[in-house]
Each structure stands twice: as C-alpha cells, then as structure tokens.
Design a protein around this ligand. Structure first.
Ligand SMILES: Cc1cc2nc3c(=O)[nH]c(=O)nc-3n(C[C@H](O)[C@H](O)[C@H](O)COP(=O)(O)OP(=O)(O)OC[C@H]3O[C@@H](n4cnc5c(N)ncnc54)[C@H](O)[C@@H]3O)c2cc1C
Length: 386
C-alpha cells in the first residue's frame, strides 16, 4: 500500500517487529481486565523506543520528534494504544529543553535505562478545565522546599510512573502582569509524594486508560526539583504541549490506517447478496474518504514535527495536525464499524476497542473547540473569544 513506502522504514520495521509479539488478543485481554500493558511498555523500554528523545550523551538515541511520532504511529497502527506510554515522549521534551544540566545528569540516564519512568504530567484541574492559567494548585516556597496544595484531575499513568511533571502557581494571579506568568513546573517523585501529601484516586472511564484525581495536602518538594526559572513554567509546558499534539496526531494517524486497513480487508472478504460488500460504492466511499483524510492529516503531522525539530514555532501546525488527525481517525473508526456491521460490536474483532480509544482524542489533550479558537485568534487574527 502507498503508505507503507513512508520514510523511516527502519524505525517502522523495528517497532512493527516488537508489536508483532503483542497481537490483538494481548491488547484485548488487557482492555477487558482494565489492566496496564506492563509487558508491552517494558519491551518498548528494553528495546530503547521509550528513550528515543533522550540525547545520546545521556544514554538515549537522540532522535527527533518526527522519529518519535513514527514510533507512536506504529504502535497504534499495530492495534496497540500509545496512551499507555506516550507521556514519556512529550514530557521528555520539557525536561531536555528546560531542565538544568544537573537534573538531566540525575534523571535522563536512569530514564533511558528503564530504571525510572517519566510518564505523568499534571496540568488539568477540576474547577478550571481548559482555562489552564487559572489553575488553583499553589506552590509556596519555604526555605529549600516548595509546599504544594490543591487538586488535579485526569492525570494519567501516575500509578505506572516514577516521576511526574506538575504545573502549579507560584505567584498569585492577581500579582502577575500576564496570566501566563507566575506558573512553575516541578519534577515530582511519585512514590515519595504518595507517602507525604499526595493522594491518588483512580477514575473509571470509557477506555482502558489509567487516569486519576490527585489531591495535594502540604506536599513538600525540594527546590532543586523546580524545572527552569520560577514563574516561567507555562511557557516551558507549551513546548511539551506542542510536542504532545504532534505525537497524538501521529497516534490518530496510526489508528486511522488501522481502521482503513481493517475495513478494506473485511469489505473485500465479506460476501452479502452474492458479492463482496466492498463492491458497493456505498461501502467503498466512506473508507476511501477516511483514507484521504488520514493521508492529509499525515502530511500536516510531518510539517509540525519538522518545524519542532528545527526549533521553529510550530503551535499552529501542531494544533492543526492534531485537529485533522483526531477528526480523520474518528471518521475512519465510524467507516470501519459501519463496514463490519454487527460484527464491529463484537469485542473479538477489536473494532469497538479501537473505536473507544480513538474517540478520546477530540477531547484530550486539548479539545477540538480550543484548537479552533487557537487558529481563529493566532493564525487568522480574529478577536480573542475568551
Ligand atoms: C482519558 C483522559 C486522560 C487525560 N490525561 C491527562 C493528563 O495526563 N494530564 C492532564 O493534565 N490532563 C489530562 N486530561 C485532561 C484533558 O486535557 C482535558 O479533559 C481537556 O483539556 C479538556 O478539559 P476539560 O475536560 O476540563 O473540559 P472543559 O474545559 O470543561 O470543556 C468542556 C467542553 O467545553 C468546551 N469549551 C470550553 N470552553 C470553551 C470556549 N471558550 N469555547 C468553545 N468551547 C469551549 C470544550 O471544548 C469542551 O468540549 C485527560 C483527559 C482524559 C479524558
């Protein structure tokens, strides 16, 4: 197929070979049990895929976001769900770009070796949602510690991560010139925090995604765990968020190809009214349309990643890639489910699982409306709506 001739074939083939050891039945069972794909993430770590973005001098492979996005794409394209492990990819950018030399020396080699996982990022809060700069969790400096109080929601993979990047307000909103100022990011040692002021409450949800409410009650963090300069955290986290959007786009693209491949194969084989259902244009067209949209999103993903890797502004492209890809994978999911008819609802075909999984990406990590408002304001120059 045309999309098999993409670049980065060495990466694709490596990830595919690993994913082949974890077939549909593995992911289906993990989904049914609402378990964490520990063996899968462990294998990805062992083979070095989870340290793709760590510079070589710290034991990683020093690859760019483009290559990282191909890794994520291939996981989803093979029927897996990168949601179990993508945090390490986008968090890595924050630590590599804004961490001190000492922080990098301390953490990166241990993350590269698999001793530590940096899978969690704590941004969203229950009362402020998408209005991130109004978040209420505070970090107050007392001597050589910051004291954290507040609450987060939807914080993923906390129970399967050693480290979390946490965004909290260090200067009250009323005292800053711009609302994006006065926020800071910290590296939190998850196990230590759970012993001394952080409570984790899991949220049962539609997909098999380990995500949680977090409560902070006078959690103390050493000052050396502050990343970069105090008050500049929002700016730093935006680098990570652009990377996250491009990576999520790649995952959706992987899902999109998975759905169009499955739908095509099924439409060719399934015979009703004495002919393959795929001979009917009513069945062909939605699959073809979804495929076209996935391909278009794929191009925008490469553009966003190339800009990011060149150190150029990529907010518009990363947002647009994520928008297009999330929409395309959802259309592909619908076309695939419709093509399978009743069988699409049977767990053993995996369509319903992937259908649930790909739906998330129009809501998280940023909802479609917020992307549209970003483009309206920052690309088209329309007045800010909120
Ligand atoms: C499974 C899952 C995992 C997640 N993992 C993480 C994580 O690891 N870390 C983390 O920090 N967060 C995480 N999130 C949170 C996620 O980033 C948020 O859910 C998302 O940003 C939307 O915020 P919200 O849910 O508070 O929705 P709200 O902000 O309450 O918005 C609700 C709806 O209203 C719309 N809306 C709001 N304001 C406007 C406006 N001005 N104009 C138009 N429409 C508007 C939104 O588009 C949305 O559709 C996760 C969420 C889920 C569901």
């Amino acid at each position: 197929m045309v999309h098999d001739t993409n670049d980065y074939l060495d990466i694709r083939e490596g990830v595919r070979a690993l994913c082949a050891q974890f077939p549909d039945a593995y992911h289906r069972k993990i989904d049914a049990e609402r378990a964490y794909p520990e063996a899968f993430v462990e294998a990805l770590t062992r083979e070095g895929w989870m340290s793709a973005l760590i510079p070589e001098e710290y034991g990683g492979s020093g690859l760019g976001l483009t290559e990282a996005s191909v890794i994520m794409e291939e996981i989803n394209r093979a029927g897996g769900n990168s949601g179990a492990c993508h945090g390490q990819m986008y968090n890595m950018n924050t630590l590599v770009h804004h961490g001190s030399d000492e922080q990098k020396r301390l953490y990166l080699p241990r993350i590269a070796s698999g001793e530590l996982r940096l899978q969690s990022m704590g941004v969203t809060e229950p009362t402020t949602g998408s209005d991130t700069t109004k978040l209420k969790t505070t970090a107050v400096r007392r001597g050589d510690r910051y004291v954290i109080n507040g609450q987060k929601v939807w914080i993923s993979r906390v129970q399967h991560s050693d480290l979390m990047i946490l965004l909290a307000r260090t200067t009250p909103l009323a005292e800053v010139r711009k609302k994006s100022e006065g926020l800071s990011i910290f590296l939190v040692d998850v196990a230590e925090a759970m012993r001394s002021g952080m409570t984790v409450r899991p949220i049962a949800n539609m997909v098999n995604h380990e995500t949680n409410e977090l409560f902070f009650d006078n959690l103390e963090i050493p000052v050396e765990n502050l990343i970069g300069e105090e008050g500049q955290g929002f700016k730093y986290i935006l680098t990570g968020l652009n990377a996250e959007r491009a990576l999520i786009a790649a995952e959706c693209i992987g899902d999109g190809y998975w759905f169009t491949d499955r739908a095509t194969a099924y439409a060719r084989d399934r015979r009703v009214f004495d002919r393959p259902i795929g001979q009917n244009q009513g069945v062909q067209f939605p699959i073809a349309e979804a495929f076209i949209e996935v391909r278009a999103a794929d191009l925008m993903r490469y553009r966003a990643c190339a800009l990011f890797d060149a150190g150029q502004p990529c907010g518009a492209e990363a947002n647009m890639a994520k928008y297009l890809a999330a929409k395309a994978s959802w259309e592909a999911a619908n076309a695939c489910l419709q093509t399978y008819g009743g069988f699409g609802f049977a767990c053993e075909y995996d369509i319903e699982r992937k259908f649930r999984e790909t739906r998330l990406y129009q809501v998280a990590p940023i909802s479609t409306n917020l992307i549209l408002s970003y483009v309206a304001e920052h690309v088209l120059g329309l007045p800010r709506s909120f």
